[in-house]
Write a protein that binds this ligand. Structure first.
Ligand SMILES: Cc1ncc(COP(=O)(O)O)c(C=O)c1O
Length: 376
């Protein structure tokens, strides 16, 4: 079996993660801030906050908040920040994790919304942003890279422009966390991350990093017990409690701590270099094949390690099924929860076949995928 669906999830945990999780599962599990011994869960969370802050070059570990993943984080930022009459900008390649909460607010008359148009390869010209800004524009949300086209968006430039206009900036790093170096610093106000892709953690883990000033402007969207200020019916204003009600997913948070520490030992630059080389090999091989359309820029340096294609004469589902049944290759076909990106690329509603690579992908795997496609 060859797994080429890392953009959906990383299927294997690293041995160091498995070892620590097994030790944790075999021990006692205490709730952070709910009893004295519960400090243990708090210590696990702090370890994870420190590793994630370092990964994204964020200044304050206490502003790393845990949720169930990028979807929940984006919903918390979007719904916690926006008010009646606000105008929002996002891009035409967004995942439904961003598109659906924004669209729901638009449909219910709370916000006005514009999608910044990327070209068919998913490239966004940041210079188009000032023209799209209105008096009431308060938020720019965008992905760091498209999960359909692989294209890396000019987030630093886009956010620099937005911030000049006092617009809050929210970044979705689901496709780049742990695999593309990124310095949050003062670049964005909220950085949403997922645990189960490039960060190598368990499904159901993830969170967001919040900038110094942004925390004061975002209301908690989920409220409940925090084990602190229990005399009050209001959420605490301090971090991380303001955005972390309820019992946490400590095992997921531990998986993130161990995996991200390992990523830091390896170095994100090195991981990126390896993935770029695999993507370049695959793209070069595809160009040798007839009847294949490659979507996105076709430039591995401007893309994450994912490639969407179409095979002339077959629909996307048929190609994925053939690859799996005849060659044991796991890809993903269809719309990849991102219909806007397919409308942008001209591949809606049929979708594409997406190959995506990660920690377990090897050069022989890439060659086997090309060989299988050539047979088709
Ligand atoms: C670009 C993008 N954003 C958001 C998500 C959702 O992430 P999560 O699974 O952590 O909710 C995904 C997952 O496929 C994604 O690719």
């Amino acid at each position: 079996m060859i797994y080429a669906n890392y953009a959906a999830t990383t299927p294997e945990l690293s041995p160091v993660v498995v070892k620590e999780l097994c030790e944790y599962v075999g021990g006692t599990h205490l709730n952070a801030a709910r009893n004295f011994e519960g400090l243990e869960a708090g210590a696990i969370a702090l370890r994870s906050r420190r590793a994630i802050a370092k990964l994204f070059n964020a200044p304050d570990p206490l502003k790393v908040l845990f949720t169930s993943g990028a979807t929940q984080s984006l919903n918390m930022a979007i719904n916690g920040f926006l008010r009646q009459g606000d105008h929002v900008l996002s891009t035409s390649v967004e995942h439904n994790a961003t598109a659906r909460p924004l669209e729901a607010l638009r449909k219910s008359g709370v916000i006005e919304l514009d999608w910044l148009r990327c070209d068919a390869d998913g490239v966004l010209d940041a210079e188009t942003i000032p023209k799209a800004i209105r008096k009431n524009t308060r938020l720019l949300v965008m992905s760091h890279a498209s999960n359909v086209l692989g294209t890396i968006l000019p987030v630093t430039e886009a956010f620099r422009i937005a911030r000049e206009y006092g617009i809050l900036t929210v970044l979705d790093t689901a496709q780049t966390g742990g695999v593309v170096p990124f310095t949050m610093g003062a670049c964005c106000d909220v950085l949403a991350f997922t645990g189960h892709k490039g960060l190598g953690g368990l499904a159901g883990s993830g969170g967001f990093v919040i900038g110094e000033d942004a925390a004061a402007h975002i209301r908690p969207w989920i409220r409940g017990g925090t084990g602190s200020r229990s005399d009050s019916l209001d959420m605490p204003e301090f971090m991380p409690d303001k955005f972390e009600p309820g019992t946490q997913n400590t095992i997921g948070i531990l998986s993130l701590a161990v995996s991200v520490e390992e990523i830091l030992r390896t170095g994100v630059e090195k991981i990126r270099e390896r993935e770029c080389a695999l993507t370049a090999r695959f793209m070069a091989g595809l160009r040798e094949l007839k009847k294949i359309t490659l979507y996105g820029t076709g430039d591995p340096e401007r893309s994450v390690a994912l490639v969407s294609i179409a095979v002339q004469g077959y629909d996307a589902g048929e190609v994925s099924r053939y690859l799996f049944e005849k060659h044991g290759i796991i890809t993903r076909s269809g719309l990849h929860c991102a219909p806007l990106a397919h409308k942008t690329a001209g591949t809606y509603p049929g979708g594409t076949v997406r190959f995506s690579f990660g920690s377990g992908t090897t050069e022989p795997d890439i060659d086997a995928m090309l060989e299988a496609l050539s047979k088709m």
